[in-house]
Ligand binder design. Structure first.
Ligand code: SAM
Length: 924
């Protein structure tokens, strides 16, 4: 059933609709007529409310005339609704604002309603802007309602568009015979959908008469969709044929222009399609594609491709928000600031504006893992917006003819943009999308200056190279210069998931055999260093946060810093969000580099889980993304701090499970009086954290007689021998000679501290516990002698957790303890005797607080927000003392403060300032 509000709108009695049904007020402005290029259009003010005006034009003019009218109306009412209509449809337009840096840009959003459609979205919108008849609202409240109705539409467009494309994709997929090779099918669907997108944009962006493509589908294909494949094929051919070779067009093709470029060149034979596909195309045509950002194409196509293909190629599409987090601090903010500054220069302004425009024209931008081109698209759009702002200002102050300005030629052009992508289909989408964003920028140019270049047939295109970016010489794709910018989001493939071939690529690029834990994405860093070996460009990559944690940091950043690059800006770890359905969950950082001292570096921090970046003031950024000396922490065989004792791996049974006794076997083993003598508690990470019972047979002191006389020991020791003999490792086979012993025994002979190898990233502290030497520590944990509890206190402090999280590695996302990286490098300076005693006592208080709840395992004790008040207090007291021991003058409040203290001590200790030998590398 059609809503009464829609019925009224369809009667085109807008005055009644607004005044009677929606409770707005009477009009307060006479009609306005605007002329442009010999044509005119009149708009009538039908209703108003506190400065907001509703205007109606009884026609649908072309975009230039429409823009001229809107510009005129904008002078008297910033916020306005402008309705154009003819007999069949009405188009409601509303300026949507978007904050970019310190400025706000405005673009017209539109809702198109075809008469006769039930169109629930339209009914909802009208309902939202209905005002209460008995209360007077202030202008802000009314504005908020109108924005709620119309701005929301702009935000939701992306999602709707993704869904429509997914529908088209699956409708096409079903039409292919099962025998079609999948790669061929995917390729053809991708090519076709890219073309359909282009055509829908064409309908909405004045490439030809409005609705030409949708009318072609509606009027020149059968309702059952049986000939739509053939008709589309004919249309694609026609679009690829130059005017002088066209002959007489088939019915429906008149009006389509020659496109050129590669978009329609490849011959694709479409399968027999159906009504479902045809309906999906027509519904997609009904959207307003002019205002949909082509940057979403990546996520659009991600939604329809299966997760496995996506993982193989490391595709995790970047939202526009994250792209701007990369591009703004890398170069856009600086350009915008320059524009703002120029505006204050008085008589020099025009000259400097022209120079800034020339500078924009020299910029070259390359994304070497460009996917569907979203980074290049956004970079292009933002630079075009800047150029437009300059042109508008020039027109304002010089009165220069905008036609002339535009005729001089735009400085920011598609051929300044480059991409490399290994997968062919997204590369194709990227090429098409660049053309579409160009079109959108031209519409803005028309709206602002009343003129835009005619782009058909296509003359200029972005260069998208299909190939492996790690085997491609980037200088051949885009020759580097001081004005070249490289930025993108290379694939997220950790050292575990990279293939043998990808490892080989990394070895070649880093020119080393040992690439250890280097992420595949570091290959892009190596390429960027090579690419910019001579030139001082700027570059930035989104990467998983593994590149700023643990072992990979030193080998990667040594290379970066040695070549004179600094971190120009960084976004610290934030959770990755993608607009696509089924998006991967990862944690990312964004790092940008230049070889300059200015502007000052910028650091963006994320506090809490809401992922909102906060810019913090810094003077430098080191490889761990803290405002600290530029140290690189490497593996170290001995401890940097004289206060710490040696940490070793626990003991390794290598027994095929024969020494290990679980709860279900305990009774049987303990029933053997000889075996029982040798049963010991056996601790790994799980036992430590979750109080799980486990034992082992610890036969270090077992006599030959016991080993022979006990049936249990005979069987288990025999089993261990067999297990070792069957091993492929010669060293293990050799250990078969001593089948009653663990093959690595590091069991402490004094009370010791047991440190788990891995803990959950959600623990508020790194959890460790002390044991007597008769409890055997497995090789899943680390141990260090700790007779007085000092080591326990240190590991239990927030300072230690901060160090672990900052420089330690991870197993997936869980912090992974390491003696060589984390412990041996912990920069604890000499601690005075009295402070040491107080730290030990504070550590005991932590143990005491744990003991007050013997029913809780350590895992239960250390649940964030569920710790007992006693335990929280004990840790807080301990933290104050350990902060002081590390040299902090006041208790640290945040992780960043602790990081600064830790790196300052590390810098001093490794420089030998605090009595320790000079070790580790420093880059300044
Ligand atoms: C994380 S996605 C980023 C895509 C796009 N820029 C975005 O942000 O949505 C990484 C892209 O790199 C591509 N890729 C993977 N390995 C590549 C290689 N060796 N050379 C070039 N591109 C590669 C993938 O196909 C994928 O499109």
């Amino acid at each position: 059933m059609t809503s009464p509000l829609i019925e009224r709108a369809e009667q085109r009695d807008y005055q009644k609709l607004f005044i009677q049904d929606l409770n707005w007020s009477k009009p307060d402005h006479p009609p306005v007529t605007v002329e442009h290029e010999g044509r005119s259009v009149t708009a009538t003010n039908v209703s108003s409310y506190k400065g907001l005006r509703v205007w109606v034009a009884d026609e649908k003019p072309d975009s230039k005339l429409e823009a001229a009218l809107d510009q005129h109306l904008a002078k008297s009412s910033t916020d306005r609704i402008l309705i154009f209509h003819d007999d069949t449809e009405q188009v409601w337009r509303w300026p949507v604002r978007r904050a970019v840096g310190n400025t706000t840009t405005t673009r017209l959003s539109r809702h198109r309603h075809r008469n006769g459609d039930t169109d629930p979205h339209f009914a909802e919108k009208l309902d939202v802007i209905r005002l209460p008849f008995d209360t007077l609202l202030d202008s802000n409240a009314v504005l908020a309602k109108v924005r709620q109705a119309f701005d929301v539409e702009a935000h939701n467009e992306t999602k709707h568009a993704s869904k429509l494309m997914a529908r088209l994709y699956s409708a096409m997929e079903k039409a292919y015979p099962a025998a079609t090779p999948r790669a061929d099918r995917d390729h053809e669907i991708s090519v076709t959908l890219a073309r359909i997108l282009f055509l829908m944009f064409g309908d909405d962006t004045d490439m030809w008469d409005p609705h030409l493509f949708s009318d072609f589908i509606r009027d020149h294909t059968q309702p059952d969709g049986s000939d739509i494949g053939a008709q589309l094929t004919a249309l694609f051919d026609y679009l690829d044929t130059p005017d002088d070779q066209r002959g007489t067009p088939r019915p429906g093709l008149e009006g389509f222009r020659y496109v050129n470029g590669r978009i329609f060149t490849e011959r694709v034979t479409l399968p027999v399609l159906n009504a479902e596909f045809r309906t999906a195309v027509l519904e997609a045509c009904d959207r307003d594609w002019a205002s949909i950002s082509p940057a979403i194409f990546g996520s659009m196509f991600q939604s329809v491709r299966d997760a496995e293909t996506r993982r193989q190629l490391g595709e995790h599409y970047t939202s526009e928000e994250n792209i701007l987090k990369t591009l703004n601090p890398l170069f856009l903010d600086e350009l915008r600031a320059e524009l703002e500054h120029i505006r204050t220069l008085g008589k020099y302004e025009a000259d400097r504006l022209r120079k800034l425009r020339d500078k924009l024209g020299r910029i070259r931008y390359m994304d070497p893992a460009c996917g569907c081109g979203n980074f290049i698209i956004v970079a292009y759009r933002e630079l075009r917006d800047l150029e437009l702002a300059i042109m508008e200002r020039l027109q304002e102050i010089t009165g220069d003819n905008p036609m002339l300005l535009a005729n001089v030629g735009l400085k920011v052009t598609l051929d300044h943009f480059y991409g490399i992508e290994i997968d062919e289909w997204p590369a194709r989408i990227a090429e098409t999308a660049m053309f579409l964003v160009d079109r959108q920028c031209d519409l803005k140019l028309t709206a602002a200056l009343g003129y835009a270049p005619d782009r058909l047939p296509i003359q200029e295109q972005a260069t998208i190279v299909v190939g492996n970016a790690l085997r491609t010489d980037w200088t051949l794709v885009c020759p580097p210069s001081e004005d070249t910018i490289v930025a993108g989001n290379p694939p997220f493939l950790g050292h575990v998931s990279r293939s043998a071939q990808q490892s080989e690529e990394l070895r070649d690029l880093w020119r080393r055999d040992d690439i250890g834990r280097l992420d595949y994405a570091t290959g892009w860093y190596a390429q960027a260093l090579q690419y910019f070996s001579v030139h001082n460009g700027k570059w930035a990559f989104v990467s998983t946060n593994s590149i700023v944690q643990g072992e990979p940091v030193a080998p990667l950043f040594q290379q970066v810093f040695q070549r004179g690059w600094r971190i120009r800006f960084a976004h610290r770890t934030f959770p990755w969000e993608s607009e696509a359905v089924g998006a991967a969950t990862v944690h990312c950082v964004i790092l940008g580099f230049d070889r300059s001292d200015s502007p000052p570096p910028r650091l963006f921090d994320y506090v809490g889980r809401d992922a909102v970046p906060q810019e913090v003031h810094v003077t430098r950024i080191n490889a761990y993304l803290t405002d600290s000396p530029n140290v690189l922490v490497e593996q170290r065989r001995s401890r940097l701090s004289s206060q710490l004792s040696t940490v070793s791996f626990g003991s390794r049974p290598n027994d095929g499970g024969n020494f290990v006794v679980g709860p279900e076997q305990y009774e049987i083993v303990a029933a053997d009086p000889i075996a029982r003598k040798y049963l010991r508690r056996f601790i790994g990470s799980k036992e430590l954290l979750h109080n799980v019972d486990r034992w082992c047979l610890w036969l270090v002191d077992a006599s030959e007689t016991d080993l022979i006389q006990s049936p249990v020991l005979r069987e288990r020791v025999g089993g261990c021998r067999q297990h070792r003999l069957a091993s492929k490792r010669p060293a293990t086979r050799e250990w078969a000679q001593w089948p009653s012993l663990f093959d690595f025994n590091s069991q402490p002979t004094k009370p010791y501290l047991c440190i788990p190898g891995v803990v959950s990233e959600h623990r508020p502290f790194f959890i460790a516990s002390r044991f007597e030497p008769d409890v055997i520590a497995s090789n899943a944990v680390f141990t260090t002698v700790d007779p007085d509890g000092f080591q326990f206190a240190i590991v239990s402090s927030s300072m230690f957790l901060t160090w672990q999280l900052t420089i330690g590695g991870r197993l997936e996302s869980r912090p992974r303890f390491s003696n060589t990286i984390v412990w041996n490098n912990l920069p604890l300076p000499p601690v005075e005797a009295e402070l040491r005693q107080r730290i030990i006592a504070a550590g005991r208080a932590v143990e005491g607080a744990r003991a007050q709840r013997p029913d809780r395992s350590l895992a239960q004790h250390y649940v964030a927000n569920a710790m007992t008040p006693e335990l929280i207090e004990a840790h807080a007291n301990l933290d104050v003392l350990v902060d002081r021991a590390l040299g902090s003058t006041a208790p640290c409040e945040t992780e960043r403060e602790r990081q600064q203290v830790l790196f300052a001590r590390y810098d001093e200790l490794t420089a030998g300032l605090l009595g320790a030998p000079r070790r580790g590398r420093r880059n300044r």
